[in-house]
Design a protein around this ligand. Structure first.
Ligand SMILES: Cc1cc2nc3c(=O)[nH]c(=O)nc-3n(C[C@H](O)[C@H](O)[C@H](O)COP(=O)(O)OP(=O)(O)OC[C@H]3O[C@@H](n4cnc5c(N)ncnc54)[C@H](O)[C@@H]3O)c2cc1C
Length: 425
């Protein structure tokens, strides 16, 4: 089989899988493409599940990425409700076996298996009324539970937990958020923004308990949850609990293939796994990413935009298409009337510039490393976000002195980057 006519099996029909299949066709792949997933629904978007889709009730058809015609027009065979239990490969080609024993042969394999909600192993976590949120079915169950208002305890201070807290609060629930970290959104934003969200949630009536863990969920075995016991012995009464403590990459198939896995399927810059033929993309992978101050490292992202970019890269690798440079990661979160947009990675930054006043609920924090802009967290400042995203994509800079000046649109302060000493030497 020539490369262009080879059959490609994409396991996982989420954001990354759909993009991979579509990009394969866009890059001229002519062979059969099967996009296969184990959920019962046509491939759909997850971000609304903790936001509008949770309050209004998620409608799978409305959340679908694409119409059935989109796939039909591109001759992409979409198979839903089918779980791959086993994979065997030799030099990249092989056979996938479904739960019911069906064999699917492929010439090239792409893993886009995503992640699952991390479980909390404390007594009572399987009581009725204790929810996780990853799938549209999870969101439908949570939406039903939220219909009658009461007391909600959210475990976890990451994006999904806080978005659920905001949604439930807006629906009239009494909301408590409990997290082990000493600040909200610890993994994703800088301390100024964490503090802003702490105050923003408190102003809207949410009680946040920092630096404490739940030890058990209370309730009779056959009944619904009634409370959450914390490590200091105190008890928060609860009619409903949502656990949002992160996602675990689904790497079991990769492990069975003997691929390198380290909290994510390890891929190279072209999306190739350690066998050098199988590609992988999305929440299930760990990929090389330069981190300011730390040099090259591998990172696992859980965001729409990175899933899309990684999938394009993987499709380009399969088709032998030259790839454009991967743009810096970006993502967003909606809580109440607050839109957070983050561009770039702030983890290694050595300096920050504040643009605007958090008290106005409209501000941007710009992160610098060795005098150079590397990232920004923008709250209700979409034009700042677009300027920084474009700036980082073009490898340009915003001088620190200009960054705080609210009178000048940020995009007017974008400059070509000063050559580094090394580059000029
Ligand atoms: C509630 C929620 C809100 C979010 N909000 C945002 C947001 O505001 N902004 C943002 O940037 N990101 C957000 N995200 C993250 C974003 O949705 C994910 O990064 C994105 O969905 C990753 O896509 P993926 O294709 O890698 O994985 P997934 O979407 O998880 O898709 C993987 C698919 O593969 C299937 N699968 C796995 N193993 C098998 C197997 N063996 N056989 C068959 N099928 C299999 C899974 O069931 C799943 O359907 C949110 C996520 C959630 C859950």
């Amino acid at each position: 089989v020539s490369a262009g006519n080879s059959s490609v099996l994409v396991v996982g029909a989420g954001q990354a899988g759909v993009q991979l299949a579509a990009s394969l066709r866009e890059f001229g792949h002519e062979g059969p493409i099967t996009l296969l997933g184990d959920e019962q629904h046509q491939p759909y978007q997850r971000p609304p599940l903790s936001k509008t889709g949770l309050s209004a009730g998620p409608v799978p058809a409305a959340l679908a990425f694409r119409t059935p015609e989109f796939y039909a027009d591109r001759d992409i065979d979409v198979v839903v409700g089918t779980h791959i239990a086993e994979l065997q490969t030799t030099d990249g080609s092989g056979i996938a076996t479904t739960d019911d024993g069906r064999a699917i042969a492929f010439d090239r394999l792409a893993l886009a298996t995503g992640a699952r909600a991390r479980r909390l192993r404390v007594p009572g976590s399987d009581l009725r009324g204790v929810h996780h949120l990853r799938t549209v079915d999870d969101a439908a169950a949570l939406h039903l539970a939220l219909k009658r208002s009461g007391r909600l305890v959210v475990i976890g201070g990451g994006f999904i937990g806080l978005e659920v807290a905001a949604t439930a609060r807006s629906m009239g629930w009494d909301v408590h958020v409990v997290l082990a970290d000493d600040r909200l959104l610890n993994r994703s934003v800088g301390p100024v923004v964490s503090e802003f969200y702490l105050q923003a949630h408190r102003r809207r009536g949410v009680t946040v308990h920092l630096a404490i863990t739940p030890t058990r969920f209370l309730g009779a075995a056959t009944d619904a949850v009634t409370g959450v016991e914390l490590a200091d012995g105190s008890v928060l009464p609860a009619d409903l609990v949502v656990i949002g403590i992160g996602a675990q990459p689904r790497t079991e198939l990769a492990e069975r293939l003997g691929l390198e896995v380290a909290d994510g399927i390890v891929v190279d810059a072209g999306g190739l796994t350690s066998d050098g033929v199988t590609v992988a993309a999305g929440d299930c992978v760990r990929c090389p990413t330069p981190i300011p101050g730390r040099g090259p490292d591998t990172v696992r992202f859980e965001a729409v935009n990175t899933a899309i970019d990684q999938a394009k890269v993987a499709a380009a690798t399969i088709t032998g298409t030259p790839v454009v440079r991967r743009p810096p990661p970006w993502f967003w979160s909606d809580q109440y009337d607050l839109k957070l947009q983050v561009a770039g990675l702030s983890s290694g930054a050595d300096d920050v510039v504040l643009r605007g006043d958090p008290a106005d609920e409209s501000f941007t924090v710009l992160y610098y490393f060795q005098g150079r802009l590397v990232s920004a967290d923008c709250v209700n400042r979409p034009t700042d976000f677009l300027a920084v995203k474009a700036c980082l994509s073009a490898d340009h800079d915003v001088p620190k002195e200009a960054a705080a000046d609210l009178g000048t649109p940020l995009k007017r302060s974008v400059r070509p980057r000063q050559p580094t000493l090394q580059a000029t030497a």
